[in-house]
Design a protein around this ligand. Structure first.
Ligand code: GRG
Length: 295
């Protein structure tokens, strides 16, 4: 099987796991459950649970205690998108070619669906205790997931992003936002996989750094693609220091430097992974495919 085929089949398997943990739409709470399930099943690359599962496998994990965490991870990611799309934040009506949750179910239900997914994520992750062969690892994984999603992680990044809106920001502040807003959940995904499989503290630290680099490279690539796809659409030559309204890596450093930095940061991530005494060729290929993606 080549990488593309393997990615397709693994993503389908991850999707099945995630969907098996969604609430069954019934009873008086039918509407909120429908909004939750709509949001999670609206598409998406399933990148975070896939990274979690592959890191777990790399460290020799073979059990099923990772599965509730994979589902919880995707629920947290989805809630963040649902809330990010709300009128009080980015006010987006479409995501992944479909109506956003608040556009389909109303604003209040959009807020509640995000809240419900966040809460249900931890209810789901806690199911791992029933499947666990090592309760301390499961507890540690839960601690990592909650911290990286919270004020020292993704929410913290979003807070600084919101506070920076309408102001010019410098490189340090942009890096801080990217590390937390994008990087923290990727760190959680890979660290949880490592911890559940029994990786040592040093190995988990290596994984944290690898995932942080992947997050930053992923976000810079997003900024590059934003510019290049817009210029392509407009039929303009691609050599831009064209200014977007919002400060991004490309507006601060220019397209050329951004490309160079993606190369450097992703090479560092791959080296970090290669420094470990375990191998997972698919995981390495997956990381490369994310930072070198074309859409
Ligand atoms: C509202 C608490 C709160 C947080 C919002 C995640 C986030 C923080 C905002 C979403 C917008 C954004 C640009 C986030 C950066 C991370 C990112 C690139 C998310 C998109 O992830 P993909 O590409 O999405 O994995 P899919 O659609 O594939 O699931």
């Amino acid at each position: 099987m080549n990488f593309r085929e393997e990615l397709k089949s693994k993503t389908a398997a991850v999707e099945k796991i995630v969907e098996s943990y969604l609430p069954e739409e019934s009873g008086t709470q039918h509407e909120i459950m429908e909004a939750m399930n709509y949001s999670v099943t609206a598409g998406g690359k399933r990148l975070r649970p896939l990274l979690m599962q592959e890191t777990y496998r790399m460290f020799g994990g073979e059990g099923r205690e990772v599965e509730p965490f994979m589902a919880a991870m995707e629920m947290i990611h989805t809630y963040s998108l649902v809330h990010d799309d709300l009128p009080a934040m980015d006010n987006d009506e479409y995501r992944r070619g479909k109506l956003t949750t608040h556009a389909k179910f109303g604003h209040a239900m959009g807020v509640l669906a995000g809240d419900a997914l966040l809460n249900y994520a931890f209810e789901t992750a806690a199911e791992a205790f029933d499947k666990s062969t090592d309760l301390r690892r499961t507890a540690k994984a839960l601690q990592i997931l909650s911290r990286k999603a919270g004020i020292y992680g993704m929410i913290g990044g979003q807070v600084v992003d919101v506070q920076s809106s309408g102001h010019a920001i410098d490189q340090d502040r942009l890096d801080f936002i990217y590390e937390l807003k994008t990087g923290a959940l990727l760190e959680a995904a890979m660290m949880v996989g490592a911890v559940l499989a029994g990786a040592s503290e040093e190995e988990v630290s290596v994984i944290e750094k690898v995932a942080s680099d992947v997050g930053i490279a992923f976000q810079i690539r997003d900024d590059i693609l934003d510019v290049t796809s817009t210029l392509e659409e407009l039929g303009k030559p691609i050599h831009s220091d064209d200014k977007n309204e919002k400060t991004t890596y490309v507006t601060l450093k220019g397209l050329k430097q951004a490309e160079k930095d993606v190369e450097e940061i992703s090479a560092r991530a791959i080296e970090g992974l290669a420094s470990l005494p375990y191998k997972n060729v698919f995981l390495t290929e997956l990381i490369k495919s994310l930072v070198y993606r074309e859409k």
